[in-house]
Design a binder for this molecule. Structure first.
Ligand code: NAI
Ligand code: MN
Ligand code: ZN
Length: 337
């Protein structure tokens, strides 16, 4: 089989590898589509602190179960599945409180163990979620990115009353906008970015108002408006949190997604005087069924994010486009079948 292997930072190749045999509690997935994510690019360039090399990358993938381990029902062969990349121990403290995404033994498929840019992958049977007929193969590949939006919004509990401010109109910002509008019916979603084309995409994905903060500070642009009651940082620059706290309404909730190791400068006063709640979110804690349900009900539109679809052989070119062509590119799918 073909596998996209990052041998060490900067070295990415398609290798020929033997088709893996599923372990007792695993299923083998014959992969049809896989999505490229910023973290794949980070592993490629050696910027992901969690990655171990050599690594088959890819954590957003969809396919069909073609073999099962001894402890898995053979009835699952032929099932269409999207794979949750979060592999957890099931008994540590975070696992015991329903937070397997921060398991003390966390293993992420495509990061800590081999992933989905490959003709086949063996994964724990419980990570392979059945996809209903109403959801297309391409849509099913988008379940994982939407689980990021599902996880942070589950923490923030948006309501129709909220005025939401979303930083960043990249793939993450756009999935969040869709969830805020399509699932939670948030009254107003304001989106800020520095790339006009991305703000255009934000509007196409449901943003009510878009702002460009390249030249004029956001605080000035929002000065005459009601303060946001909900802020989500999907741009993830360390300076944003301070601004978000300043701009937020008293009693607002703020959600952060970033992994920067650089310090953010905050005062207790700015947070406590408005009794702001700050939530963080990493990957997803069992949100696959929720997002599959959103898709089945038509609450979100995953196709709106897919701008490119390329064969696996063109993985290098696809990663180049994804990383560099930020004006026209949102989600790139690799087609394996
Ligand atoms: P992206 O880089 O495509 O999008 C970020 C957007 O933010 C860009 O359009 C950029 O122009 C904009 N931006 C950057 N600084 C800004 C600023 N100061 N003001 C306004 N706009 C600004 O990235 P993508 O794929 O959408 O992911 C966003 C972030 O989410 C990344 O930092 C990534 O590491 C993080 N992430 C976190 C996850 C989690 O589970 N916590 C999962 C996936 C991504
Ligand atoms: Mn991803
Ligand atoms: Zn655990």
């Amino acid at each position: 089989m073909r596998s996209v292997v990052v041998k060490e930072p900067g070295q990415l190749n398609i290798e020929s590898r033997p088709v893996p045999v599923p372990g007792a509690h695993e299923v083998r997935v014959k992969i049809a589509f896989a999505g490229i994510c910023g973290s794949d690019v980070h592993i490629y360039h050696g910027h992901n602190p969690f990655a171990k090399y050599p690594r088959v990358i890819g954590h957003e993938f969809y396919g069909i179960i073609d073999a099962v381990g001894e402890q898995v029902s053979p009835a699952r062969i032929g099932e269409r599945v999207a794979v949750d990349p979060v592999v957890s121990c099931g008994h540590c403290y975070p696992c015991s409180v329903g937070r397997p995404n921060v398991c003390t033994q966390l293993q992420v498929i495509g990061v800590h163990r081999d992933g989905g840019f490959s003709d086949y992958a063996c994964v724990p049977a419980k990570n392979a979620w059945r996809i209903p007929e109403a959801i297309s193969d391409r849509q099913a590949t988008m379940v994982e990115p939407f689980t990021i939006a599902a996880n942070i919004t589950a923490q923030l509990q948006p309501t129709a009353q909220d005025i939401a401010l979303v930083y960043g109109a990249g793939p993450m910002g756009l999935t969040i906008i869709q969830a805020l509008k399509g699932v939670y019916g948030v009254k107003q979603v304001i989106v800020v970015d520095r790339i006009a084309e991305r703000l255009q995409m934000a509007r196409e994905n449901g943003a009510d108002l878009t702002l460009d903060n390249t030249d004029q500070p956001l605080a000035e642009q929002l000065a005459q408006r009601l303060a946001p009651t909900l802020v989500i940082d999907a741009a993830c620059h360390p300076a944003i949190l301070q601004e978000a706290i300043l701009l937020a309404s008293p009693a607002a909730r703020i959600g952060i997604l970033g992994f920067s190791g650089e310090a953010s400068t905050l005062t207790q006063q700015s947070i406590t005087s408005k009794e702001i709640s700050i939530f963080s979110s990493r990957l997803n804690s069992g949100r696959f069924p929720l997002v599959i349900d959103w898709m089945e009900k038509g609450l979100i539109r995953p196709e709106a994010l897919i701008t490119h679809c390329m064969p696996l052989e063109q993985v290098k070119e696809a990663m180049e486009i994804f990383a560099n062509d930020r004006k026209t590119c949102c989600k790139v799918l690799l087609q394996l079948g």
